[in-house]
Ligand binder design. Structure first.
Ligand code: ATP
Ligand code: MG
Length: 248
């Protein structure tokens, strides 16, 4: 794997840096082979969306944070891509919310779970974060799902009332909604099954979302649940942005 040589003046600096972070994560055994494909799909949508947090993404982010704040048992889940791109920030958010995080990967292997935990533990030590990491020993199952991706922790995902699941698969998102949870998805594709299934979809890039949430937590912004929020309408606004960018 090559060294990262691009400097910040490069017009595609952020994109190159994210790719580099994923290369490192892959070399540590944190990613399934399909992770790069999922990232590529995200990149394509980010290009179409203008590679910035839209106004409607910020509205969804604020509402998501308000729901997490008001939750009895909030949880943030982290997969390999998310750990590589925003592991530190998501653990900082969990610390502020006083909730655990749970490793939640689609193609579950013990080796990959251990690699992700090792990566996150190193970040915790370096930054003095105390967030609890769940997922090593699943002891519950998400009803309606088959195989290893049904596995979860009773203390974490299973018992949660509000769940932040970045880059989630549509099927599992649907199963979590059926469990009665408020499901918050981060997905750059406003047309994915996850995006359409979720209670709140933040159509934005996960590292930008995590930074925006930290900024909101650190500001004295008064965070209230938006009772008029309609997810489908918010998704349509992202689709409108793509269409407008194409026309301009
Ligand atoms: P569906 O939700 O329709 O089942 P999927 O889950 O099968 O789709 P995947 O390719 O498995 O689709 O999931 C990756 C999803 O995550 C894509 O929709 C992609 O746009 C999104 N994505 C990838 N990287 C990022 C990122 N860095 N930030 C936000 N979203 C991302
Ligand atoms: Mg999906």
């Amino acid at each position: 794997m090559g060294e990262f040589t691009a400097d910040e003046s490069h017009p595609r600096y952020n994109s190159l840096l994210s790719r580099h972070k994923l290369e490192i994560a892959a070399s540590k055994g944190m990613l399934a082979d399909s992770a790069m494909i999922a990232h590529g799909r995200g990149e394509a949508f980010d290009y179409l969306l203008g590679e910035e947090s839209s106004n409607n993404a910020i509205i969804a982010t604020k509402n998501a944070l308000a729901h997490l704040n008001a939750a009895k048992r909030p949880i943030i889940t982290i997969n390999g891509n998310t750990a590589a791109l925003a592991g530190k920030e998501l653990m900082q958010i969990a610390e502020a919310l006083n909730c655990p995080i749970e490793i939640n990967i689609f193609y579950r292997t013990e080796k990959r779970i251990s690699a992700i935990i090792e990566h996150l533990e190193a970040i915790k030590t370096e930054h003095g974060i105390t967030t609890k990491i769940l997922g090593e020993k699943p002891d519950a199952k998400i009803p309606g799902l088959e195989g290893p991706r049904a596995n979860c922790c009773h203390e974490g995902i299973f018992s949660s009332d509000v769940i932040l699941v970045p880059l989630e698969d549509g099927d599992r998102c649907e199963a979590l909604v059926k469990m009665g949870k408020t499901v918050i998805v981060v997905d750059l594709n406003p047309m994915s099954r996850s995006a359409k299934m979720a209670s709140i979809t933040i159509v934005d890039e996960i590292s930008r979302v995590a930074k925006n949430m930290i900024d909101l937590i650190e500001s004295d912004y008064k965070n209230e649940i938006d009772i008029d929020f309609v997810n489908k309408k918010n998704l349509q606004k992202s689709i409108n942005i793509i269409a407008a960018n194409y026309m301009s």
